[in-house]
Design a protein around this ligand. Structure first.
Ligand code: FAD
Length: 401
């Protein structure tokens, strides 16, 4: 058993930390937060420096690496700043589904500009009446002689106002049983690529956090799309989404890990420097023990996240069957623990922790969405229960126990 990162992984982690510490300045973060602005200039820089698409094929400028390397970058970005880190990650994460299921032509067209930080991607699965339950879609996809026609409404698409392309899940066979008959299709923002109809993008205002991203409703009205934009096998849309989520949920967990590590470092610094009753507050056992507990919690979710990323990158034999278990563990446990940690850091800051300037209240708000998007905590727990019901209790020789 070897828990160490490789030299290349350590270099990537250090480079990401250096970039984020240097560029994600507090004044810039506050400006983006208050103006609800996506930091596109930093996204471009991240692309130029090779932080985007480390898991994409070399042919499109990617690094041919895995979930582990992406996890390290996301952790460092979010450690430096939750809002900027999450906004940048969420702009390239959706394209992972193109990496997994796209044709070589789709890779060149959609991933090559994304790797350079020139294009932003978005996924549109959720509908007004289908959030946790994606077993059927009301957005329809109909094949015509020379195109596919899309009709329906999607909600909560992240970065929809900036995205250059959208990956949309739609119902192709309306008679199919639950979970079947759906297809994923790529829609470009550039209306000159449409063969007819329209797509309207309506911003949904007033989010709790994650304010450096936009959230939109997409309305498709007889939108005609070229046949070459079908992504993956037709009728396998939900399975495409689930395969994507197996990888992406681990990287999403890394957002929470970075968010709470950043809050912890600020709180530790504050506890050493802030004096009350003529001593640094870390010397009050209530504060010192609190920080010690948080440190242990951080280490536990950090190594769980790294292990899950490793499992995802080493899918051989029995190991591959455990991926959905680990992704669901990361997706519920890491943000839940991170929420508790960030909440405790607010306590360490006292009244100052309640204001934007100290950054921990923003981290709390930004982090809250991680329990919701890409499948809620409850949905992840359902997945785990489903696996536990069949867990082999004869633990001798078990890979899990
Ligand atoms: C800021 C933000 C960004 C988002 N970005 C995207 C995006 O880019 N693309 C996209 O497609 N979607 C996105 N979403 C949508 C997100 O994935 C959904 O909101 C989420 O999956 C929950 O769906 P819902 O909101 O319809 O809640 P519901 O499904 O209505 O759930 C309501 C409550 O019931 C619980 N519940 C539902 N079913 C069960 C069950 N079987 N067992 C136990 N409890 C259950 C849920 O856990 C939740 O607590 C985003 C949402 C937000 C808020």
């Amino acid at each position: 058993m070897d828990f160490s990162l490789s030299k290349e992984q350590r270099d990537i982690k250090r480079a990401a930390a250096k970039f984020a510490r240097g560029e994600f300045q507090p004044e810039l973060a506050q400006e983006c937060e208050l103006n609800h602005r996506f930091p596109r200039e930093l996204y471009k820089k991240a692309g130029d420096l090779g932080f985007i698409g480390l898991d994409y094929p070399k042919e499109v400028g990617g690094g041919n690496m895995g979930v582990m390397e992406n996890t390290l970058i996301v952790e460092e970005f979010c450690k430096a700043d939750s809002g900027i880190g999450m906004a940048i990650h969420l702009a390239y994460l959706p394209a992972k589904i193109v990496k997994i299921f796209g044709t070589p032509q789709q890779h060149q067209k959609f991933l090559a500009p994304l790797v350079k930080g020139d294009w932003v991607s978005a996924v549109s699965f959720t509908e007004p009446d289908h959030g946790s339950d994606l077993t059927s879609m009301e957005t329809t996809l109909e094949e015509k002689e020379d195109c596919f026609v899309l009709n329906g409404t999607k909600v909560f698409t992240t970065n929809g106002t900036y995205a250059d392309f959208f990956i949309v899940l739609a119902q192709e066979d309306q008679e199919a049983p639950p979970g079947k008959g759906m297809t994923t299709i790529l829609i470009e923002r550039d209306s000159s690529t449409w063969l007819g109809g329209e797509m309207k993008i309506n911003e949904i205002p007033n989010k709790m956090g994650l304010k450096m991203t936009s959230s939109v409703e997409l309305v498709f009205h007889n939108l005609k799309i070229a046949k070459e934009n079908i992504l993956g096998e037709r009728g396998r849309g939900l399975l495409n989404v689930l395969d994507f989520l197996d990888e992406s949920r681990i990287e999403i967990g890394a957002q929470a890990l970075g968010n709470c590590e950043g809050a912890f470092l600020k709180a530790l610094n504050h506890a050493r420097e802030r004096t009350q009753f003529n001593k640094p507050i870390i010397n009050f056992q209530a504060i010192g023990h609190r920080l010690a507990r948080l440190w242990s919690h951080i280490q536990s979710i950090k190594w769980l996240t790294y292990y899950a990323a490793w499992v995802c990158d080493h899918q051989t034999g029995k190991m591959s069957r455990t991926v959905p278990l680990f992704t669901s563990m990361i997706k519920h446990h890491v943000p839940e623990i991170a929420k508790m940690i960030i909440d405790e850091t607010i306590t360490v800051f006292g009244g100052y922790g309640y204001f934007l300037d100290q950054d921990v209240e923003r981290r709390y708000r930004d982090n809250r969405i991680i329990e919701i998007y890409e499948g809620t905590v409850e949905v992840q727990l359902n997945n785990i229960v489903r696996i536990l019901k069949k867990l082999n209790l004869d633990f001798i020789g078990s890979t899990l126990l």
